[in-house]
Design a protein around this ligand. Structure first.
Ligand code: HEC
Length: 103
C-alpha cells in the first residue's frame, strides 16, 4: 500500500514536470495569445503561428545551443534552457500545425 502511494506520487511528480515543460502558456505573454506577434521586443522574429514545425525546431534548437543570431536571442535562450529535445519537438509540432495546414 505504502509502496503504491510512493509510486503514485512519483508518477504525478513526473507528469507535472513533463506537462509544464510542454506548456506554452508562458510563451503567450511575449508572443501573443495565438502566437501572432512578430518582431517581439523589437527583434526580427516572425509570428510563430506562421512558422512550420521544422522552422520552429530549428529556431528553438539554435536558441538552446547559443548559435541563434537574433538580436534578442538571449531572451529565448532562457525560455528553451529547461526544454529537452523532445519538449522542443512536441511544442513545435503543436504550434507548427497551423502553418502547415495552410499550405
Ligand atoms: C520573455 C519573452 C518571451 C517568452 C516568454 C518566449 N519568447 Fe519566444 N521569442 C522572444 C523574442 C524576443 C524572440 C526573438 C529573439 C531573437 O532576436 O532572435 C523570440 C523568438 C522565438 C521564436 C523564433 C521566431 C523566428 O522568427 O525564428 C520561436 C519559435 C519562439 N520564440 C517560440 C517560443 C516558445 C515556444 C516559447 C515558450 C516556450 C517562447 N518563445 C517564449 C521572446 C519570448
Amino acid at each position: 500500500m505504502i509502496k503504491q502511494s510512493i509510486i503514485t506520487i512519483a508518477t504525478l511528480g513526473l507528469f507535472t514536470v513533463t506537462a509544464s515543460a510542454y506548456d506554452t502558456k508562458g510563451c503567450v505573454s511575449c508572443h501573443g495569445a495565438n502566437f501572432e506577434t512578430a518582431k517581439v521586443f523589437g527583434s526580427e522574429s516572425r509570428a510563430v503561428k506562421d512558422m512550420t514545425s521544422e522552422e520552429i525546431v530549428v529556431a528553438l534548437t539554435a536558441y538552446k545551443d547559443g548559435t541563434h543570431k537574433g538580436s534578442k536571442a538571449m531572451m529565448m535562450k532562457g525560455q528553451v534552457a529547461p526544454m529537452s529535445e523532445e519538449d522542443i519537438k512536441t511544442v513545435a509540432d503543436a504550434l507548427g500545425k497551423k502553418a502547415e495546414e495552410k499550405k
